[in-house]
Ligand binder design. Structure first.
Ligand SMILES: Cc1cc2nc3c(=O)[nH]c(=O)nc-3n(C[C@H](O)[C@H](O)[C@H](O)COP(=O)(O)OP(=O)(O)OC[C@H]3O[C@@H](n4cnc5c(N)ncnc54)[C@H](O)[C@@H]3O)c2cc1C
Length: 460
């Protein structure tokens, strides 16, 4: 008998799980809250312009994964070049930071201060090896207090909305390679090579935006007999003993239920826990409340100019500017804007329901256009139109005690034999799309091998 497997969430992780399961002949159904698939990797089209939710690029060391994606995308998968800079105090610094830029583009006094504080931090790290609890400790230990105060501190605080002193140092190794001075020196001297996504200057990108890749995967799933239900929000998990045996979801305002033999969940970890019967979830519900996500609003501006710059994206480090990144989507694919025109997408981190999240499009546009002008990008009088998109679960926030809460929830979930939670939201891990896809495929393979060994709910 074919086992019925439900995949909760139709982002990269959930779709990859369903792709693998459908390929193995399972009876698979994806339940997705949004009205289209892709999760954070969705592309919105408007008046002939295309905008991702934050510019995405597909990069992976996993050749099998890349080949599989190329297999279904064919010529629709382009190779794009990355050029990106950090805008700081009216100057553009290369990204990743280079020693040349630090030496020749900052003034001598500042360089001396950076040098002294960097040496002091090296000395401290070698001789005292203090414990690195927070992201602030981690950054100061590696770059010194001066660079931290000038660049890393303000940028990090703008991105996360809390002081780096309150963010766990666990986050750093996943993102900070771009800023590791020792690493930069070794790579400049050609003494260190090897894959590092920060340094890759070429990437895969679909002709019509990153969402095209996930539309194609969704097409593969349905072609192999799988189902994808859109605009369906999972609200409940039903259980029997040590097994989950179904879900309830809201679809068109109606509460529906579906039975299953197993579940792969990629919806946010706190949401999953709260969907369990409260008497089962117990203390995990409190842990779920303690895990937070940073939201992002994206201001998408259609511009009547041929180009803005030659950069794929620009980081904006200073706190007085509202955005963290400025993206020009046609630098990823020329099909993202009509000929002779361009567009700008601004990433504006915020918290759900704060002043930025609720402010009107007019207010946001006014502030952004003024900020852009100060940053040397004057689009006044050239704006064709604009629209806002947003996500509530942009970044999982690694607070100082996040790991204790996360582990407690995972311990609770592991008491059920036929549910796996994975992906960026599902594992509460800051992973990129390639890793999310791998996680989904690994979960699917793990589940099917369990099925072979008979470790799933036989009642269905
Ligand atoms: C601004 C930004 C830029 C990024 N750039 C890159 C990049 O260049 N390269 C890269 O590799 N990665 C990038 N990423 C990361 C990438 O987007 C994620 O790694 C990837 O989307 C994670 O996939 P996922 O399926 O785990 O989660 P998601 O994409 O978040 O998918 C989860 C899905 O679950 C659905 N869902 C949630 N709750 C429910 C519910 N109750 N019921 C049903 N469905 C539900 C959501 O609607 C969503 O579709 C970026 C992320 C951001 C925020």
């Amino acid at each position: 008998m074919r086992r019925k497997i439900l995949v909760l969430g139709g982002g990269p992780c959930g779709l990859s799980a369903a792709w693998e399961l459908a390929g193995q002949g399972c009876d698979v159904t994806v339940i997705e809250k949004d009205n289209k698939v892709g999760g954070l990797c969705v592309t919105h089209e408007y008046k002939g312009f295309r905008f991702d939710l934050g510019g995405h690029r597909f990069i992976s060391k996993n050749k099998a994964l890349v080949d599989r994606v190329r297999g279904i995308m064919g010529d629709e998968l382009l190779i794009a070049n990355r050029k990106s800079v950090i805008l700081h105090k009216g100057k553009g610094f290369s990204y990743p930071l280079t020693i040349e830029d630090i030496l020749f583009r900052m003034d001598l006094r500042q360089n001396l201060k950076i040098g002294v504080s960097y040496t002091r931090s090296l000395f401290y790290r070698w001789f005292f090896r203090g414990k690195e609890v927070s992201l602030e400790d981690w950054l100061i230990n590696r770059f010194g207090r001066t660079l931290y105060r000038i660049f890393f501190g303000p940028y990090t605080e703008k991105l996360w909305g809390i002081s780096p002193g309150r963010i766990s140092s666990d986050w750093a190794p996943q993102r900070i390679s771009l800023l590791h001075l020792g690493d930069v020196v070794l790579r400049l001297l050609r003494l260190k090579r090897g894959f590092l996504r920060t340094y890759t200057d070429k990437f895969w990108y679909p002709k019509y935006g990153i969402g095209q890749m996930f539309d194609a995967i969704s097409g593969e799933i349905t072609q192999m007999g799988g189902k994808v239900i859109l605009s369906a929000t999972v609200v409940g998990i039903t259980v029997s003993g040590d097994f989950v045996n179904g879900v309830t979801y809201l679809h068109g305002g109606v509460k529906k239920s579906m039975g299953c033999d197993a579940i792969i969940s990629t919806i946010p970890l706190p949401e999953l826990v709260k969907a369990f019967p409260v008497e089962r979830a117990g203390h995990s519900v409190q842990c779920a409340e303690a895990l937070g996500f940073r939201a992002i609003r994206f201001l998408n501006i259609l511009v009547d100019m041929p180009d803005i710059s030659e950069n794929t994206w620009m980081y904006v480090s200073e706190r007085r500017y509202i955005m963290t990144r400025i993206q020009e989507p046609k630098r990823r694919s020329p099909y993202n804007a009509p000929e002779g025109k361009t567009s700008i997408m601004l990433e504006i981190p915020c918290n759900e329901d704060d002043a930025i999240w609720i402010c009107s499009q007019e207010q946001l546009l006014g502030q952004c256009v003024a900020d852009l002008k100060e940053l040397g990008i004057d689009i006044k009088g050239r704006i064709i139109d604009c629209f806002i998109t947003g996500v509530t679960h942009g970044y999982p926030v690694y607070g100082l005690d996040y790991e204790a809460h996360r582990s407690e929830i995972l311990r609770f979930l592991s008491s059920y034999k036929n549910i796996i939670t994975c992906g960026r939201q599902g594992a509460f891990q800051y992973v990129f799309m390639d890793r999310a896809m791998e996680m989904g495929m690994e979960a699917a393979m793990g589940l099917t091998s369990n099925i072979e060994q008979g470790i799933t709910n036989v009642e269905g």
